[in-house]
Design a protein around this ligand. Structure first.
Ligand code: ATP
Ligand code: MG
Length: 399
């Protein structure tokens, strides 16, 4: 058993000693059977949330309505979730009712795919009523029970299916995929926040090309914010070496350039992406589109920073089908040679400017003068030296 599980055994043991059942469930059990490492274990129990809280001195109510309590134990934090059933999905996305139950089997039955519906006790014995282990051996993603019903209950499961293709290199069971194609329109009921989580996992998975093909083939892309009119561009994704892209910002940058999205901010806002990420992706795209290359423009390289520049170089290399590592190396070399790398290294401050011009009030001219000085210092026209900069500012009438 992985260390991840052995560390959590005392938590399961404590629940059992109090007279309840508890098992490892979900992604961690699946991952250990496929030989992947997961970062956390989930525990399911017959104890109700209140009963769980009574067992452990330190707990946090993280999702008590759904039965999840965070148990803080010496070795780490563990999500402990009460066995539950769900019923009445009248809005195609969440259950009208969650009921806590005492039966493990009922809990496993409400889970999405057979590979995700395996429990493991603290001795490592599997409880696998739906043939999850066999599906894992066959590398197959198959719903627990009737796929039509399972996708109708919660449309996000369709997207999860395709993201698992990408992450696990598994294939979709034929009936599961046929049903997915039939029900894909139910994605319209799913919140953008949930779609974003799954889509980013899909993009980062090893089989990202294959799963993007499925996104197109199943018409799932129709329900990804802003993607509807870009079928032909999306079909071309697989012709690029996108496996070379290392992080999610690069993948977004690649897609936005490929789709030729003009207003990136509004496009990504529709995905409810945090502003900080949007800004960074905007920087990457700006650099990718820079012509001639941003490597010729030290001011831009300085402004956008090394991280965005490395990402932009990778995206551009992928789009142009050139060597990504060479492109990254070129950025790093150029960046290393920048005379200064942060504003604080410039031998000029706003204070200097105001002190030298006692007759002028602070205003936009200060920024203009600073930027002007930055330009000439970065390009080596003027030394990074207060006296030299002052002289230059005077000759240019910038102060
Ligand atoms: P990951 O490794 O990415 O965390 P995971 O399988 O653990 O994958 P989670 O979203 O963490 O995915 O969910 C944990 C478990 O909860 C799943 O393995 C599955 O059993 C169940 N589950 C999650 N989402 C759904 C859903 N939409 N419908 C049914 N069961 C779900
Ligand atoms: Mg998980």
């Amino acid at each position: 058993m992985d260390q991840l599980f052995t560390e959590a055994i005392p938590v399961i043991a404590a629940i059992e000693e109090a007279g309840y059942e508890a098992y490892f469930v979900g992604g961690s059990v699946r991952d250990s059977l496929t030989g992947r490492l997961s970062n956390d274990v989930d525990i399911a129990t017959s104890a109700t949330p209140d009963e769980v809280k009574a067992i452990f001195p330190k707990t946090v109510d993280v999702g008590i309505a759904h039965g999840t309590i965070l148990v803080l134990h010496e070795s780490g934090n563990y999500e402990v979730t009460t066995f539950r059933t769900e019923s009445g999905y009248s809005d195609f996305r969440r259950p009208d009712e969650v009921n806590f139950v005492r039966s493990l089997r009922e809990d496993l039955q409400r889970r999405d795919f057979t590979m995700n519906a395996i429990a493991m006790d603290r001795k490592g014995k599997l409880i696998d009523p739906f043939g999850g282990k066999e599906a894992i051996q066959k590398k197959e993603i198959v719903t627990v029970g009737n796929p039509d019903e399972r996708f109708t209950e919660d449309g996000l499961r369709m997207m999860r299916a395709i993201r698992f293709v990408s992450q696990l290199s598994f294939k979709l069971n034929l009936d599961t995929y046929a049903s997915l194609k039939k029900h894909v329109h139910l994605m319209e009921h799913i919140s953008v926040e949930r779609i974003l989580v799954e889509f980013e996992k899909l993009l980062l998975g090893v089989e990202r090309k294959k799963s993007m093909e499925l996104v197109v083939d199943s018409c799932l892309y129709d329900y990804l914010p802003g993607f509807k009119s870009y079928k032909s561009q999306l079909e071309r994704v697989g012709t690029y070496s996108i496996e070379e892209l290392k992080n999610i910002e690069e993948l977004w940058g690649f897609l936005l350039v490929l789709l030729d999205i003009e207003n990136i901010e509004s496009f990504l806002r529709n995905w409810k992406m945090p502003m900080k990420n949007i800004r960074f992706i905007q920087s990457v795209v700006r650099l990718v589109k820079q012509d001639p290359s941003f490597l010729q423009d030290k001011f831009l390289l300085f402004k956008e920073g090394e991280k965005a520049a490395v990402s932009a170089a990778s995206v551009r290399a992928v789009l142009e089908n050139t060597n990504v590592q060479n492109a990254i190396n070129a950025v790093k070399e150029t960046y290393k040679d920048l005379i200064i790398k942060s504003m604080s290294e410039l031998a000029l401050t706003g204070h200097d400017l105001l002190a030298w011009t006692s007759d002028r009030k602070p205003g936009p001219w200060v920024k203009e003068a600073m930027d002007g000085a930055l330009q000439v210092v970065l390009t080596g026209k003027v030394a990074n030296d207060k006296v030299a900069i002052k002289e230059w500012l005077n000759t240019c009438n910038l102060m």
